[in-house]
Design a protein around this ligand. Sequence first.
Ligand code: SF4
Length: 319
Amino acid sequence: MEHKPKLAVSACLLGKKVRYNGDAAEFRALTRKWNGHFELMGVCPEVGIGMGTPRPTIRLVNNGESIRLVNPKNGDDFTSPMLEYAQIQADALVESGICGFVFKKDSPSCGLERVKVYREGHEQATRDGRGMFAKVFTTLYPHIPVIEEGRLTDARQAEHYLARVHFFSLWYQEGLKGWTAKAIIEFHNVNKLFLLSRSPDAKRRLGRLIAEGFDNGNRPETVALAYMTEAQKSLNVLTKSGPIAHAMESVLGKLSSNLSKDERQEMLEIIHDFRQGLLPRSAPLTLLQHHLRRCHIDTPIHQRFLSPIPLSLGLMARV
Ligand code: SF4
């Protein structure tokens, strides 16, 4: 049976009626399309600290010394319970084996970026904050891929994020067996083409990080954690078609001696058309897949690059 990565999600996005006004904010791509591929775990930090539903709205307020989470109507301050809850809940989620977290945008608790921060005693806000729960989570666990649901409405962003989650999930599964130096090097090797296609510098940087980690006498699990932290930092930027086309050409290079001149030319033209935005990514990937199978030179390295997410997620035809 296919392993389903665990994905933590702001509970309102799963259709739970936990928002301040008693509503939900269901994100249907998650609940109706991708739910078969992930084990979705809803988390509502505001309900978690006992605020109940419905409840008064709260906001981030900068009092000149720190950013607080308060009810602007009566000044009730929820900063301490939220910080305490966030640490305990983040630890519990990571302990349970989550491979990513989808946060609700704009929320003073869950938003990842551009959340409103008010100056104390004023109604003007700057959009440069991070929800208090999300901030604690990402600070404690920077190796776990996170995103806001707003970005997932774009197919390229969604494909890239879910590829990061699957990459993390493979790393997590490997870690359950116990990290060794050999396992880390093998993991990096199997994923090198995937990394090259998503963040060209990351492959070299991560190779160096592994070598330095062991030169410094670090334990394998420490090196593995530093590896995933750096990898997810690099993968946080959406990939462009150029590096992906470059990785396709690298696969073609391995195939070349098995292809006729016409077949090679055809492949080059399709990759070129993808690079120019004239064809979807699936066109050259499908043809490369076909040639690799026909020539019996399919390897895990190629598969990690060619199939970074399950086809049935329905995203590959849209990128
Ligand atoms: S945004 Fe976060 S805190 Fe607000 S209702 Fe959704 S899960 Fe709860």
